[in-house]
Write a protein that binds this ligand. Structure first.
Ligand SMILES: *Cc1c(COP(=O)(O)O)cnc(C)c1O
Length: 394
């Protein structure tokens, strides 16, 4: 049975292009491992798509974040601002380098990192000491900010970047869920100093597993390539002057990536149609708010996500989700806020007010590129029924 064997899956890949052809090329030529023409091509074409000068392909998006933090100069005991309403990968990557996350809230309208609160944190909780920005409470250096563009919608980057310049912070975009999205006409991945993408199986394009670092900083790109290939300092002898990582993408994975990238615009178009159909089917329903989109962005609707009404509770949302899954509709919640998960319970978290309610009330609906409009309507109807049932009882 295919992975799409579930009645209506959440987000499964679509392989109808040149995937077989390029994978066959790998096997026919023997270029299967962590170097090869398709790795180079995937890097070149992804960079061109995003509009970045340099790109380095890696094994997954989490590794991309790890390396981006290292090359951006984040050091052990530094602090890094990051969204609490996110998949956990960026917080983990911050810990991999020995730094500490400071969790930021989501703003209520578009669910992305709240720039006002981030600025508030920098203004009120930090101070300059001996030329470095310091957290007044922990005395740690605040070094970087990682806005996570969740669900295919960009963060409000202008105020974030302005604050980062003022406070000398590096901006590392986690664009894993938002390849192809635009903010004020500019591509996600071009909005900060360095950015990371993921090509995990459920992302808008997939290489099975994979990730990419993009930046305009040549030195950082070179360093990223060096660190992801075991920090090899001599082409022949095994000389390594630093501790490196085995993080390079394989040519076989890149084969999938290149083929998928050829269809990215088509996939985005389909995601937008899916969003439109959901919006039309769910409009006028009291108790279910459709997915928001800021006026100056072009989201890619990676996962179409709705928010249950103010009257919802975590238990009710869980009930709706259970009912949907029982009907064969593979919906899922947003991520649990990271700051109150066990590994991060003692971390700094600044005025987290909106994120918990978003976690408690949101449901992501099936959004595969291959889903039919009829199936989307079926999901919307099922959601309506399940919500009505759970909200009619106390
Ligand atoms: C998918 C994802 C990642 C990276 O995931 P990998 O599985 O390591 O490729 C990072 N951040 C966010 C927000 C993600 O959704």
């Amino acid at each position: 049975m295919s992975v799409a064997g579930k009645a209506i899956p959440l987000s499964v890949p679509e392989f109808g292009g040149n995937e077989w052809k390029y994978v066959k090329e790998c096997l026919d030529t023997g270029w299967v491992s962590s170097v090869g023409p398709l790795v180079d091509r995937f890097e070149r074409e992804l960079a061109a798509y995003v509009g970045a000068a340099y790109s380095v392909a890696v094994v997954n998006g989490t590794a991309a974040l790890h390396i981006a933090l290292l090359v951006a100069g984040v050091e052990p005991e530094d602090e890094v601002l990051v969204s609490t309403l996110s998949f956990i990968a960026p917080a983990n990557a911050i810990r991999y380098v020995g730094a500490w996350p400071v969790f930021m809230d989501a703003e209520a309208h578009y669910w992305q990192m709240d720039p006002e609160k981030a600025i508030d944190f920098l203004e009120k909780e930090c101070c300059w000491r001996k030329g470095r920005l310091e957290d007044k409470v922990t005395k740690r250096r605040v070094r970087a900010i990682v806005p996570v563009h969740i669900l295919g919608h960009p963060c409000d980057m202008s105020p974030i970047v302005r604050a980062a310049r003022k406070y000398n912070l590096v901006v590392i975009e986690d664009a894993s869920e938002s390849l192809g999205a635009k903010y004020k006409g500019k591509n996600v991945g071009r909005l900060g100093d360095i950015a990371c993408f993921s090509f995990n199986g459920n992302k808008i394009i997939t290489s099975g597993g994979g990730g990419m670092i993009v930046t305009d900083n040549e030195g950082w790109a070179r360093k990223a390539r060096y660190l992801t290939t075991q920090a090899k300092d001599d082409p022949v002898e095994f000389i390594h002057n630093e501790i490196g990582y085995n993080y390079r993408l394989t040519n076989i994975q890149a084969a999938l990536g290149v083929a998928q990238l050829e269809r990215l615009d088509e996939f985005i178009e389909k995601k937008r149609v899916i969003a439109q159909v959901y919006r039309a089917a769910l409009s006028d329903l009291s108790g279910i708010a459709p997915m928001p989109s800021a006026p100056d962005v072009e989201p890619i609707y990676w996962l179409y996500t709705v928010l249950l009404s103010e009257r919802t509770t975590l238990e009710r949302r869980k009930g709706v989700l259970r009912d949907l899954i029982e009907k064969g509709i593979d919906a899922r919640p947003l991520w649990h806020t990271i700051h109150d998960l066990p590994p991060y319970r003692n971390s700094r978290a600044f005025r987290i007010e909106n994120s918990p309610r978003l976690y408690e009330g949101a449901i992501s609906l099936p959004s595969s590129v291959g889903i039919t409009e009829e199936q989307v309507r079926q999901c919307a109807l099922a959601l309506q029924e399940c919500a009505a049932k759970r909200f009619s009882t106390q």
